[in-house]
Design a binder for this molecule. Structure first.
Ligand code: SF4
Ligand code: SF4
Ligand code: SF4
Length: 269
């Protein structure tokens, strides 16, 4: 089966947040902000991070520049990894990999154990207290299996989001990176071709990965680290956790959890 993917092009994104809103609308998720009650924090990013009601966030990474502020926008959501740690630890089968590369979350099967929220190297799945389950991007598998684009892709007015066969997405991303380099953005690069075994949400990072909040060389946690991350969440003993872990490939990998916050030390080209 053809693997599919989303491409996010930060050089085309206007940060209108239409995709954020459309994700909530299609998935019937409420805003986690209070209407007319939120003080200005100094950033136009909202929310501060993903949460139980928010599967998609456009990050505003800022730096001071002559005449004001320069922004590097970034898409924060599930990357739909080829090697998904979240699927490896899910004891109920709520998380699963589809043949097209989508990492699906079936809320009706989720038991709210929070294991996936603990082990994802990007801290993507978030616990939704109002319904007692985990929440994350599903790549709109309810739409794509019906031949439709993901809701966020369909709504983007700047054509910063596209969806299609992963091979085509990678090729288009590489072409765009070369265009940006030719235009003088010499730190431009593509994120997601090989990370975590290959992602199914890729990004063109106009100013380089760090400037847009993307973690370079992300690693899945080792089995020992998974034990430590899961132990506070379970009444199971070590043997019980071991029974939950359904993969052995994790044992040989290093682990580095990314910072969720903006990296103020990043450089632009
Ligand atoms: S809808 Fe498109 S332009 Fe608007 S924030 Fe999302 S990706 Fe950027
Ligand atoms: S980004 Fe995290 S939640 Fe998404 S597939 Fe990868 S490990 Fe799972
Ligand atoms: S693919 Fe669907 S669930 Fe994922 S961020 Fe886009 S709209 Fe939200």
């Amino acid at each position: 089966m053809t693997e599919n993917a989303i491409l996010y092009d930060s050089s085309k994104c206007s940060a209108c947040k239409g995709c954020q809103v459309q994700c909530k609308q299609w998935n019937n998720l409420p805003s986690s902000l209070g209407k007319d009650t939120n003080e200005f924090t100094g950033s136009y990013q909202s929310m501060a991070d993903l949460n139980g009601d928010t599967r998609l966030l456009i990050g505003f990474d800022e730096k001071a520049a002559d005449g004001g502020i320069e922004w590097a926008f970034g898409r924060r959501s599930c990357f739909h990894c080829t090697d998904p740690t979240c699927v490896s630890v899910c004891p109920s089968g709520a998380l699963s990999k589809l043949d097209d590369g989508t990492v699906r979350l079936d809320s009706s099967k989720c038991i709210g154990c929070k294991y996936c929220t603990a082990v994802c190297p990007f801290e993507v799945p978030k616990y939704r207290a109002s319904s007692g389950v985990s929440n994350k991007c599903t790549l709109c598998d309810d739409r794509t299996t019906a031949g439709r684009e993901p809701a966020c892709v369909q709504t983007c007015p700047a054509a910063a989001l596209s969806y299609g066969p992963r091979e085509d997405v990678i090729a288009a991303g590489k072409v765009r990176v070369e265009e940006l380099k030719t235009a003088g953005f010499d730190k431009a690069e593509l994120y997601g071709e090989t990370e975590m075994g290959g992602m199914h949400v890729l990004a063109v990072a106009k100013f380089g990965l760090e400037a847009h909040g993307y973690k370079r060389n992300p690693k899945a946690p080792t089995a020992a680290m998974i034990f430590d991350l899961m132990r506070p969440l379970t009444a199971l003993g070590v043997a019980g956790i071991a029974a939950v872990l359904s993969v052995s490939f994790l044992a040989s990998r290093g682990y580095e959890r990314p910072d969720a916050a903006v990296d103020a030390t990043k450089e632009e080209n």
